[in-house]
Design a protein around this ligand. Structure first.
Ligand code: NAD
Length: 239
């Protein structure tokens, strides 16, 4: 039976994290050994790591590109695409994930606040837009250069960098009456604050995942379970 009723007046904001892609075979970040896919975050996902060892950063993201390309959207990605098809512009999706499983499931109104695996951009922030790039680089010599001469880097928000599309995200949260948060531990900011921003203006907020997130007390409802198992049939859209 559907547990979440969406009224004709509802404006829905969805935030997803690594957990929604777990059932597609992509690992989440918080392994028990504190490593991320066998690497220390500071070796592969910081501006300093890029300056010190761009080859290691590219080797890491090439491996992630290969895994992302093999993965397929799961029923949770499809349930969100189906919800968007019913709600149109009353739906907005913000993902922390850099994979493209939401797009491949059919989602359209979405932003990737932490960047996208399948794009690269100039390391010099020269103003040129990110370009589509699915290459798996075996050495730094293979990595292209921007027209300005800068080396291409992954279009990924490294730790310490400012997330993308924040103005649009804030506008969408300001008009949301229902926030759905799926598969994120509630430990990385600013995304972990979104539920508080939504609650401040009276929106209801539902978390979906196998365990309560760190910011669980901010939610009006927690649906416990794996996203791919519980999301199909979870929503009822009233007309
Ligand atoms: P996370 O790994 O911190 O949390 C994953 C969450 O998914 C957990 O709460 C877990 O309970 C849940 N989950 C697991 N399986 C699930 C399933 N089948 N269905 C639903 N939920 C499931 O990931 P996050 O919260 O997305 O991390 C936030 C951001 O942190 C990422 O987007 C990334 O940019 C950044 N990051 C963090 C680290 C780190 O180790 N600190 C490393 C790299 C990136």
């Amino acid at each position: 039976m559907a547990e979440i009723l969406i009224a004709p007046s509802d404006q829905v904001f969805v935030l997803t994290g690594a957990g929604i892609s777990a059932e597609s075979g992509l690992p989440t970040f918080r392994a028990e050994d504190g490593l991320w896919a066998g690497h220390r975050v500071e070796d592969v996902c910081t501006p300093d790591a890029w300056r010190r060892n761009p080859a290691e950063v590219w080797a890491f993201y090439s491996t992630r590109r290969a895994a992302g390309a093999k993965a397929q959207p799961n029923p949770a990605h499809l349930a969100l695409a189906d919800l968007e098809a019913q709600l149109g512009d009353r739906f907005f999706l913000c993902t922390q994930n850099v994979d493209d499983l939401h797009e491949r499931a059919g989602s359209v109104r979405l932003v990737h606040m932490h960047g996208e695996l399948a794009r690269s951009r100039c390391e010099r922030e020269c103003g040129r837009l990110p370009v589509e790039d699915r290459a798996l680089y075996k050495s730094l010599d293979e990595v292209g250069r921007c027209a300005c001469g800068g080396r291409l880097r992954p279009h990924i928000v490294f730790f310490g960098e400012i997330p993308l599309e924040m103005e649009r995200i804030q506008d969408e949260i300001a008009r949301a009456t229902l926030m759905l948060v799926v598969g994120t531990s509630g430990s990385v900011y600013p995304a972990a604050s979104f539920v508080h921003w939504a609650r401040q203006h009276g929106a209801r907020a539902v978390y979906i995942g196998p365990e309560p997130p760190l910011n669980a007390s901010a939610f009006t409802q927690v649906v416990e379970g794996k996203a791919g198992a519980v999301m199909p049939g979870l929503f009822e859209v009233a007309s």
